[in-house]
Design a binder for this molecule. Structure first.
Ligand code: DGJ
Length: 719
């Protein structure tokens, strides 16, 4: 709920459990008066909240120096992180943003450039302006009351008489009048995505982010401030995630006066965006989440938000395909006969979709060639993709295939015809990664070609599933389609090109299910979830590694967004051998599928698939819609407990996992999230117990056999 008090000039943005209060102070600047646990709607204009008074500053001389700025600018005496650096024609970078007016919109506006935003209704727009130049900033706020989420973004409008170049335009400044927080971020690398890292915030600035122009394996666009005492189900959390898929930046800063500032937005390094008079620039949307009930509650709020307002309603609650993906089983080593054998072999297996991964097109017999030549390789596949789709249909399966539309191999017909279509500096030998270059999606002719080519391939394939991969970061950021002074726009324009392509393809083929991927989980973010209901979480399918990767992913994103496959052992990634039941139990906590070579999978493993898939289908609605409670997690402990509880508390699915077996250790499994008074029947045991007993007394587990043991069971309310 948003309400405005014009007398005390306060804006109240209230969700069920937080208040976010803005105030225009006595000298006309917009300040953050409060963000935290819900409070009564009070007049927060009393002096305590005017930092100028509190620090003894002279209002006029130190106008901006100590403010709790709602959107911080540069060079005016607040020496903390600015959100905005605009350079005008004189070379001045100063903008002093005073409050102008506000507007309450009944419907949330979209971002005109095409950056995806969450669905929403009532939106507050506050307009700020610089008296000297006329530059304006509009701040957009939407409250999601039930989910306890606030989205924020900024629009910079060039109302000046000349050109303005934005050297930095972040999505948010969040000023909190306190210090002593801990910082939670998600770092990682390929095969080890989204590893949580928690550290006390020191004086000064701590930054995350990347310049690769994908969300990246290395740094997720997520940052949270926690109290030192915050745990899984207790304590305050201020978290933010960015709806963006390119180079991003996050910073937390504790200053000498005991204040903390969180900043987030497009990565300023390499960024420069020119606005002619009358033009504007809209930043991506930041998703703010507050709770005083710990990380678990933070995750549940994020999950509800992404499920209700971000992931397409067409797919969010639909039964997901259970796939066999060809990659780990075959890599590039296949032909039509081998694929037909595989498809025939899957008949009645329980798997419902066969997905042909990389290698079906052009001269693509390895990663060295073929990207860009999007026609089936007839030597390998005489009947093309359509014959595979037909074979699937004949066996009661659906068909899916892999694309990497943003890329080109230098060894391809496309590159030979259009070398200038790749991003790179003319005359300079490009850095080639995975033998490939990035197509310049900032150029209309390139983007239109990719759109058309992909649409043709999908239409002709007869597929109902497409896996969209992206396997290299951007380097040598130079476009032959733009003049020198616009090169700083390249990275963001590229991301806009990706969104245009994704929107076009998903809207052109509404019945095709698109899964996102980027060398595993290198582009896992809220903006991608707008197009891809699920994203390949990691190329690392080893169950022990996945327990950690999926834990970090689940901090922000719902389980259904996480694409998990059971693969063969020893693991292709780290040669670890884990039991089949554990690989399955770990993969159950997400959108489920397989990777194997049908010729090599042991008979008993193959035979088990049918029952395992049936079991998954019986659980999948609960996994998609339920509330996730994490009793313990593998990042911090040898054992992990996951409990997915139905919204009405009528049932739960519990997963227990122990990495190493401790022979004398009897683990007591305490199950969080149940209704305390309701009676639950424990699957497989002759036991009916109240939720509070299962949570507080728990179940003592028998000795487990071997390492990486796990089991899963259902709890069903008796009433
Ligand atoms: C990287 C992906 O993460 C893999 O699953 C697979 O699709 C390969 N690319 C194919 O090149």
């Amino acid at each position: 709920m948003i309400s405005v008090n014009s007398t005390n000039k306060c804006f109240y943005l209230e969700a069920e459990s937080f208040s976010y209060v803005l105030r225009v102070n006595e000298i006309g600047f917009l300040t953050n008066a409060y963000f935290g646990k819900r409070i009564p709607r009070a007049d927060l204009s009393y002096p305590k909240y005017d930092w100028n008074v509190a620090t003894g500053g002279e209002c006029c001389a130190e106008r901006m120096s100590g403010l709790m700025q709602e959107y911080a600018t540069y060079g005016l005496g607040d020496f903390r992180e600015p959100a905005l650096i605009p350079r005008d024609e004189r070379g001045s970078r100063i903008a002093e943003l005073a409050y102008l007016d506000y507007e309450l919109l009944a419907e949330k506006p979209e971002i005109r450039s095409g950056i995806p935003t969450a669905e929403g209704r009532e939106t507050l727009v506050i307009r700020l302006g610089d008296r000297d130049t006329g530059l304006q900033v509009k701040l957009y706020y939407t409250v999601y009351e039930k989910e306890n989420i606030l989205t924020r973004r900024a629009e910079i409008v060039n109302e000046t008489a000349g050109t303005v170049t934005l050297e930095k335009a972040l999505s948010l400044t969040l000023d909190l009048p306190e210090a002593g927080f801990e910082l939670l971020t998600l770092w990682g690398h390929n095969n080890r995505e989204r590893q949580p890292e928690r550290t006390p915030l020191r004086h000064g600035r701590m930054c995350m982010g990347n310049t690769r122009n994908i969300t990246s394996h290395q740094a997720s666009n997520f940052m949270a401030l926690l109290r030192p005492e915050t745990r899984e189900e207790s304590g305050e959390v201020y978290a933010a995630a960015l709806m963006y898929s390119g180079a991003h930046y996050e910073a937390a800063e504790e200053d000498e006066f005991g204040r903390t500032r969180l900043s987030m937005g497009i990565q300023p390094e390499g960024f420069a965006w020119t606005l002619q008079p009358g033009e504007s620039f809209e930043t991506p949307e930041a998703v703010l989440c507050y709770t005083d009930r710990g990380l678990g509650q933070m995750s549940r709020q994020f999950h509800d938000f992404y499920r209700s307002y971000v992931i397409s309603p067409r797919w969010v609650d639909r039964e997901r395909p259970v796939v066999l993906n060809s990659w780990e089983g075959m890599f590039f080593d296949f032909d039509e006969a081998r694929l037909f054998d595989t498809i025939d072999g899957l008949k009645d297996s329980g798997i419902d979709t066969f997905v042909l991964d990389d290698g079906w097109f052009g001269a693509r017999n390895s990663a060295e060639a073929g990207l860009g030549d999007w026609y089936p390789n007839r030597a390998k596949l005489p009947g093309g993709l359509a014959a595979l789709a037909e074979r699937c249909r004949a066996n009661g399966l659906r068909f899916g295939f892999w694309i990497e539309p943003e890329m080109v191999n230098p060894d391809s017909d496309l590159y030979r015809a259009h070398p200038d279509w790749a991003i790179g500096v003319p005359g300079r030998e490009p850095v080639v990664r995975r033998h490939q270059l990035v197509l310049d999606l900032t150029r209309r002719e390139v983007l239109d070609w990719v759109k058309q080519t992909m649409a043709d391939v999908i239409r002709e394939s007869g597929a109902s599933y497409v896996k969209w991969d992206m396997n290299r970061p951007l380097t040598e950021n130079f476009s032959q389609g733009w003049p020198a002074e616009r090169q700083g726009e390249l990275l963001h324009r590229y991301v806009l090109g990706v969104y245009e392509l994704a929107k076009f393809l998903t809207e052109s083929f509404p019945e095709v299910f698109f899964e996102g991927c980027s060398s595993g989980g290198g582009r896992f973010d809220g903006a991608m979830l707008r197009y891809f209901p699920q994203i390949w979480t990691s190329d690392n399918t080893d169950a022990e590694s996945r327990m950690k990767i999926q834990y970090g992913t689940s901090l922000v994103y719902p389980l259904s967004a996480s694409s998990n496959h059971v693969s063969r052992v020893p693991s292709r990634q780290n040669f670890r051998v884990t039991p089949r039941e554990t690989r399955r139990n770990v993969a159950y906590n997400g959108s489920y599928g397989y990777e194997f070579d049908i010729r090599k999978i042991p008979q008993e493993e193959f035979a088990a698939i049918k029952g395992d898939v049936e079991r998954y289908r019986s659980l999948s609605a609960l996994i998609r819609r339920g509330d996730l409670y994490r009793g313990s997690n593998r990042t911090e402990s040898n054992e992990a407990v996951l409990s997915v509880v139905a919204k009405d508390k009528s049932e739960a699915y519990v997963t227990f996992y122990a990495a190493l077996n401790c022979p004398k250790h009897h683990f007591v499994l305490k199950i969080p999230g149940l209704a305390p008074e309701r009676l639950y029947r424990v699957e497989g045991k002759n036991l009916v117990l109240p939720g509070a007993v299962l949570e507080r007394v728990g179940l003592t587990l028998p000795l487990l056999s071997g390492d990486f043991a796990s089991f899963g069971f259902r709890l069903t309310a008796e009433d």
